[in-house]
Design a protein around this ligand. Structure first.
Ligand code: GSH
Length: 225
């Protein structure tokens, strides 16, 4: 059901997320849209069909003006935006969960980068991508604890990461913690403040609604290592 849409005024109210039918790097963007309470479409493809995947990516390139060879891509305000961290910030500014003050904005950017570091680390031990047993051991014994200790320190005793005020940084950190906690089941038990933070984000009304939605339930999620 992929339909090519020209970037014209008629399309400007449309929001569409182009991504695999999976949580992956698209999930943080879904969480921002969910928190904002807007509705969005998700033209996607059948992951078991290589030809469908190639056609999908070719159409994304066409739609995105050859700006990208990958997704997520967000169609919003009549534009097609790529690079997940940049998309995240655009949507967060639009929906008021990104601070305006210079140093607060820097702090949120810093946290988004910390989340992206953990996200990248989370991908490395995945058997699906050909990871070795050594990579798994390094991740579970050193890399992941290092990231989690750092994040616990950044959170301290606050409810949210950026000066105790809810921001987009919390959504992307939540997502990457969630992936880690699925890969190494229960790992957050060792970090009570991070575990409580994870639960706090899940309790936000719009996030709770999204997390229990049918569309979310259908998305592929990486299993335990
Ligand atoms: N730096 C990019 C990386 C995006 C990326 O790696 N996307 C993957 C899926 S998570 C992808 O579409 N890969 C293309 C492919 O597998 O053919 C971003 O953050 O958006």
């Amino acid at each position: 059901d992929f339909s090519l849409v020209n970037n014209n005024r008629m399309a400007s109210e449309k929001i569409a997320l182009y991504y695999w039918p999976a949580r992956g790097r698209g999930e943080q963007i879904r969480l921002v849209l969910a928190e904002a309470g807007v509705t969005w479409e998700e033209p996607t493809f059948d992951m078991s069909d290589e030809a469908a995947k190639l056609a999908y990516f070719a159409k994304c390139r066409e739609l995105g003006g050859n700006l990208t060879t990958n997704v997520p891509m967000l169609e919003i305000d009549g534009m097609c935006l790529t690079q997940s961290s940049a998309v995240l910030k655009y949507a967060a500014r639009k929906y008021g969960i990104y601070p305006q003050e210079l140093s607060a904005a820097y702090f949120v950017d810093n946290l988004i980068a910390a989340a992206e570091d953990l996200r990248t680390a989370n991908y490395k031990p995945m058997p699906l991508f050909g990871a070795t047993e050594e990579a798994k051991v390094a991740y579970t014994e050193k890399v992941l604890p290092n990231h989690l200790e750092n994040l616990a320190q950044l959170l301290g005793g606050a409810s949210y990461f950026a000066q105790d005020a809810f921001s987009v940084a919390d959504l992307t950190i939540y997502d990457t913690l969630d992936v880690a906690n699925r890969q190494v089941p229960g790992v957050l038990d060792k970090y009570p403040t991070l575990k409580a933070f994870h639960a706090r984000v899940e309790e936000r009304p719009n996030i709770a609604t999204y997390l229990s939605s049918e569309r979310r339930g259908k998305l592929f999620a990486f299993p335990a290592l």
